[in-house]
Design a binder for this molecule. Structure first.
Ligand SMILES: [Zn+2]
Length: 360
């Protein structure tokens, strides 16, 4: 009896040692996903029945046959539109920016469109000099470039995105970050971005940034049903991505997924759910004629954030709510913290990390 117990314990000990030898050392990884111009309203309220019932934005037959049964009739409209964000991320991570319950989240820049928004996400700081979506190299250093310059991340950082400006936003020629900007000038083009994004995961990059763009284009076009479907596709892609990461020992249990948007949009009350931009932009461009002829699109500075990963505390919403407004310029420091790095080594004058990390 004694002998067999001893033998069993030795076997257990050996099995344990073998398991330890097979477990790779934990090396934090990061996947950042942005979905261009997705309103907090759709994320937290689901599809809007008033916009859907407006024949300018959804053809009545399409509303009756698709939008209503798929997105509006379910009791839980947010989950009908974005089941992964509301199922897995809200449960095991953090989903923040529900303005209806006072979760204040907005960009820090005062332009409320894409180049200023992506610059803020990636550098941790709003840059008042960026006042147009001009296709010029970003003078600022993004956290992706900072990582790519470090020996431990060199050539392990990549990005794919549905917009021709992305190579310049991350200053690809200076930063050395490969950018696959899938943009054929027609929609949907996120299909290619999604494919290249999964390829980067198969290539075992340590930091992958995937930037979707269809949502913004479809909203500008006023196709509300298509905009909704692009959000649903984006959410389903997040699910695929997360499942792929968890199925791969290189990423499993070591990878943080961060999700956000570069700006919000207006609401129906102002007639401008299709559009976005700030008063300051219109002051700088008095001849600019926005859709619905509005001066600045109220509320299009409002955004949302999602985070899930080994160091993300599912109770993180509490910390965020206690900290005042969450701002987009905190994303870069959050990403670096998730990678186990000291964000102040990148830049000390940027937004602080979101208080969503579990205490060690
Ligand atoms: Zn736009």
């Amino acid at each position: 009896m004694m002998r067999s117990l001893t033998a069993a314990s030795i076997m257990w000990a050996l099995a344990g040692l073998q398991a330890m030898a097979q477990t790779p050392p934990v090396e934090p990884k990061l996947v950042l996903v942005t979905m261009d111009g997705v309103r907090w309203q759709e994320i937290f309220r689901g599809a809007d029945p008033v916009i859907a019932a407006d024949a300018r934005f959804v053809e009545p037959d399409l509303n009756a046959d698709v939008v209503k049964p798929v997105y509006l009739d379910p009791t839980d409209r947010p989950a009908a539109l974005a089941p992964f964000l509301h199922g897995v991320v809200a449960r095991d991570g953090v989903l923040y920016g529900n303005d209806d319950i006072g979760q204040c989240a907005h960009v820090a820049n005062d332009m409320w469109f894409s180049y200023p928004g992506y610059n803020e996400i990636l550098t941790g700081k709003a840059d008042a000099r960026i006042v147009e979506n001009d296709d010029i190299p970003n003078a600022n250093v993004t956290f992706l470039e900072y990582l790519n310059r470090r020996q431990d991340f060199r050539d392990k950082v990549t990005m794919v995105g549905t917009w021709t400006l992305f190579p310049n936003i991350v200053n690809a020629s200076r930063s050395g970050i490969p950018v696959n900007a899938a943009f054929a000038g027609r929609y949907p083009t996120d299909v290619l971005t999604a494919r290249y994004g999964l390829q980067a995961i198969r290539d075992h990059m340590r930091v992958v940034y995937i930037a979707f763009g269809d949502t913004d284009e479809l909203a500008h076009a006023g196709d509300y049903d298509q905009y909704l479907q692009a959000i649903e596709r984006g959410d389903d892609y997040l699910r695929q991505l997360w499942e792929t990461l968890q199925a791969d020992p290189f990423y499993r249990g070591q990878t943080t997924l961060l999700v956000t948007t570069d700006h919000g949009r207006g609401d129906l009350a102002t007639g401008a759910w299709r559009d976005h931009s700030a008063v300051r932009y219109h002051q700088l461009n008095p001849t600019y004629q926005p859709e619905y002829n509005e001066t600045g699109v109220t509320g299009s500075d409002k955004v949302w954030f999602a985070a899930i990963g080994p160091s993300i505390d599912p109770a993180g919403e509490t910390g965020l709510a206690a900290g005042g407004c969450a701002q987009t310029h905190q994303l870069a420091a959050t990403a670096l913290t998730a990678l186990g790095l000291d964000w102040q080594d990148f830049a000390s004058d940027i937004g602080k990390p979101f208080p969503v990390f579990s205490k060690p």
